[in-house]
Design a protein around this ligand. Structure first.
Ligand code: MF3
Ligand code: CO
Length: 255
C-alpha cells in the first residue's frame, strides 16, 4: 500500500479525531485511582468516545475485545481490560486508544503512574515521552522516515533503556494502520521521504530492561521478557510545510 497524502478536508477530519482523542486521554488520566479495574477504565473510555459521536477503533479490530488497551507495569501494549484486574498504588498504566470520526482515525497512548511510583518508573515514563519529542524533531518535509526512528532509538539507548523492536508506529488515515511502518530504532536504510500531508502515529515503547518481549496466551498482551517495566507514548502527527503538527496533543502547556 502506498503512503497516502491527505487533502485539506481529510486533514480537517483527522484534526477533529485527534482533538477528541486528546480529550479522551485527559479525562481517563484524571479518572484513574487505586482500586479501579482495567475494565472500568475501558468502559469509561468507550463512553467518552461515543459521547463525541466517535467509534472506538480498537473494538473488534482483528478481534481485539475492548476499546482501550490497558497495559500495566511489565505489559508493553495491548493489555486486555478485565473486571478482575485492579490497578494499585505504585503501578504504571499505559492507556492506548483510537477513535474514528466521520471515517478518519486518530491513535494516541499515554502512560500514567498511580499514586506514588518509584524514581525509576518516573524516569521511564518521562524518557518515553521525550523519545517521542526527539523523534518528531525529524518529522519534517524533506527528511527521511527513518531519521525519526533513529532519533527515538538513540535517545532511549542513551538513557540505558531497551527499545521494543517487535512493534512499530504506522501511517494512519481512513485505516488505523496504513503504510509506512515506523520502527523506534535505527535502520540501515533511510526510509521514504516525508511529505506535507502525511499522517503518522509515532509510538515509542520503551523498557527499563531489555528490548525483548513475549506474547501472552491471550494472543494480545505483550510483556517484557525480563518483566521490567515498560512505557508507551503515542500521538497522531501531521507533516506540514512548517514541521510536525500534533493532532492528538494541542494543549501546548503539555509540551
Ligand atoms: N494503538 C495500537 C497500534 O498503534 C492499536 C492497538 S491494536 C488493537 O497499533 F487491536 F488493540 F486495536
Ligand atoms: Co498506533
Amino acid at each position: 500500500m502506498p503512503i497516502t497524502v491527505k487533502s485539506p478536508r481529510e486533514i480537517e477530519l483527522m484534526t477533529e479525531a485527534g482533538r477528541i482523542l486528546e480529550i479522551v486521554h485527559n479525562e481517563l488520566g484524571k479518572a484513574l485511582y487505586p482500586g479501579m479495574t482495567t475494565k472500568e477504565i475501558d468502559e469509561l473510555g468507550e463512553e467518552i468516545i461515543r459521547s463525541y459521536d466517535c467509534i472506538p477503533s480498537f473494538l473488534d479490530y482483528n478481534g481485539y475485545p475492548a476499546s482501550i488497551c490497558v497495559s500495566v507495569n511489565d505489559e508493553v501494549v495491548h493489555g486486555i481490560p478485565s473486571p478482575h484486574r485492579f490497578i494499585r498504588e505504585g503501578d504504571i498504566v499505559s492507556l492506548d486508544a483510537g477513535v474514528i470520526y466521520k471515517g478518519y482515525h486518530s491513535d494516541a497512548a499515554r502512560t500514567h503512574g498511580i499514586g506514588r511510583i518509584s524514581k525509576e518508573a518516573e524516569e521511564l515514563i518521562r524518557v518515553t515521552r521525550e523519545c517521542f519529542f526527539e523523534g518528531i524533531k525529524y518529522a519534517r518535509e524533506g527528511n527521511h522516515l527513518f531519521d525519526i526512528s533513529a532519533a527515538i532509538g538513540r535517545y532511549a539507548e542513551s538513557r540505558g533503556f531497551g527499545v521494543v523492536r517487535d512493534l512499530c508506529g504506522h501511517g494512519i488515515g481512513t485505516a488505523l494502520h496504513e503504510a509506512p511502518e515506523i520502527p523506534n530504532y535505527e535502520m540501515n536504510r533511510k526510509g521514504v521521504l516525508l511529505k506535507a500531508g502525511m499522517t503518522l502515529a509515532i509510538e515509542p515503547m520503551i523498557n527499563i530492561g531489555g528490548w525483548e518481549v513475549d506474547w501472552l496466551d491471550d494472543d494480545w498482551t505483550v510483556v517484557t521478557r525480563d518483566h521490567s517495566l515498560s512505557a508507551h507514548y503515542e500521538n497522531t502527527v501531521l507533516i506540514t510545510e512548517n514541521g510536525p503538527k500534533l493532532l492528538s496533543l494541542t494543549d501546548t502547556s503539555e509540551i
